[in-house]
Design a protein around this ligand. Structure first.
Ligand code: GDG
Length: 468
């Protein structure tokens, strides 16, 4: 078995233990690397003034971590600019928030070239290279340019937008051409795969055959959806751990028997937090019997604070929270608890288990792991209800969730009311269907499917004459 080389923007879990690793994705990738041995390569999280930063190596068992610092200007253009202010909003259908700056694009290309140049000396042609996410789309092309023959796969964690939206990007053709230099392209859902195929067809740069095989820019490669999952057992165990119980008991005491609605998301405009707050306000307005009976806790850890759009969102959420509490609070009941900081995963799992409703209503989301974590944390004898946006990738595999359109504020309010009143047998029936899917399509299934497909992908073949 060849080594696996994982590349992601950040390499965080240097300690590698399940308890301290940043999240499910890191754990899942580490498990794969432990089996196959290999390298995890990415940005260190530090910026430097050196023009050519030296990579730092750290070995732990069969895994070698290699990180590089980035120059300040490069970092600004690549990460703060093109990744976070061009690709992120655009791929989430927020054209109104997307900026198209040539300098950012050039910086993005420069950093991708630098990543490739720094990693290349450590690679062998029998490696499997797995590159992650929108920060690093052109890295595979740069590695090919340096002469790498290894099988290369790319996984996009965020949506791939429809053709009409995607072609607003001035460099749309350059990025898709770069994607076509991989041997396997993984997307979260079949919708994303379809959007990608549709682009090839409409721009007349390729076409799809049966089984996800495509010809794109004259190369043959494979495309497929691999819905990312979580380690369901690990998360369920966490939810009954001492730390989780301690936190949830303390929270329960403060609720005085009221039903808890919980929302947990990075403070990001894709997550639909302001719309969700409006829906809660509408619940209290239209269903007055819920006043004093329910508490909504929104936990939003700060995210991308250097990006102005995130600061605007913070102000909007603060204003809406203040308005809701000012309007509905009683001297002995607080309608909303808005918390602008993060908690440990264990504490969150305990909060999830206690909540009657998990409110996951992004306006657009590649998958959304919070939805799956909420399900995994529930107690079989008294499970809560997952209210899930139809625009989260997770909704495609969530038979049992209450599916909503997050833009339809009144409908979300009604879904909340219905879920609070939902009888136990219906909650159990929905949860059993949900947990079966979360367990089956877990993080192990995701990484094994991708790595297996990458291993079996036939080496690049040129497009046959007849098809060109
Ligand atoms: C991208 C895509 C896709 C949240 N608050 C805290 C905390 N979290 C954890 C959650 C969850 C993770 O962060 C968030 O994952 P999501 O999937 O919900 O969203 P993104 O961060 O936008 O992730 C997404 C994902 O990549 C994977 O492919 O599903 O669609 O956008 O695990 O629990 N963790 C801790 N404290 C917090 O306060 N420790």
């Amino acid at each position: 078995m060849g080594r696996l080389i994982v590349v992601s923007n950040r390499v965080t879990p240097l300690s590698g233990s399940k308890a301290t690793a940043a999240g499910g994705l890191a754990v899942g990738l580490l498990d794969t690397l432990r089996e196959t041995g290999g390298i995890w390569f990415g940005w260190s999280g530090d910026q430097t003034d050196n023009s050519v930063p030296l990579p730092k190596l750290f070995r732990s068992g069969k895994i070698t971590y290699i990180t590089i610092d980035l120059g300040r200007e490069d970092f600004e253009a690549y990460y703060g600019g093109f990744a976070n202010r061009t690709l992120w909003p655009l791929f989430h259908y927020r054209l109104d928030l997307a900026s198209f700056e040539r300098e950012w694009y050039l910086g993005y290309r420069r950093v991708n070239r630098l990543f490739a140049e720094q990693l290349f000396p450590y690679l062998r042609d029998d490696d499997l290279v797995w590159i992650h996410d929108f920060h690093l789309i052109p890295m595979g092309e740069e590695l090919r340019r340096l002469g790498l023959k290894a099988q290369m796969g790319f996984f996009l964690h965020i949506p791939f937008p429809t053709w009409e939206v995607y072609v607003t990007l001035p460099w749309h053709d350059r990025l898709v051409q770069a994607m076509c230099t991989y041997d396997l392209l993984g997307f979260q859902t079949s919708n994303d795969v379809r959007n990608f195929h549709d682009y090839l067809y409409r721009e007349n740069v390729g076409y799809a055959l049966a089984g996800g095989v495509i010809y794109g820019y004259g190369r043959r490669l494979r495309t497929r959806d691999y819905a990312i999952g979580i380690d369901a057992k690990d998360f369920a165990d966490m939810a009954v751990s001492v730390e989780a119980r301690r936190a949830s008991e303390r929270l329960a005491r403060s609720l005085l028997g009221r039903n808890l609605i919980i929302g947990v998301d990075r403070l990001d405009y894709t997550k639909g937090i302001t719309e969700r707050l409006a829906a809660y306000e509408t619940l209290l307005q239209n269903f007055p019997r819920q006043r004093g009976q329910v508490t909504y806790m929104q936990i939003s850890a700060p995210s991308r604070q250097d990006v102005p759009e995130y600061n605007d969102l913070k102000l909007q959420v603060e204003a809406a929270s203040g308005r809701i509490n000012g309007r509905f609070n009683e001297f002995d009941w607080m309608a909303l608890r808005y918390i602008n900081r993060g908690f440990t995963r264990r504490t969150l799992s305990g909060f999830f288990r206690l909540s009657r409703i998990g409110l996951v209503t992004p306006l657009r989301d590649g998958m959304n792991l919070v939805a799956k974590e909420y399900v995994a944390a529930q107690a079989e004898e008294d499970p809560g209800v997952l209210i899930l946006s139809r625009f989260a990738g997770a909704a495609l595999d969530a038979d049992g969730a209450v599916i909503v359109n997050p833009y339809d504020i009144e409908a979300v309010a009604e879904a909340m009311n219905m879920s609070i009143l939902m009888p136990l047998d219906e909650r159990q029936d929905r949860w059993r269907r949900l947990i079966a899917q979360v367990r089956e399509h877990d993080i192990g299934y995701w990484r094994r499917s991708f790595v297996e497909d990458l291993r079996q992908t036939v080496p690049q073949e040129e497009e046959p004459e007849a098809a060109s």
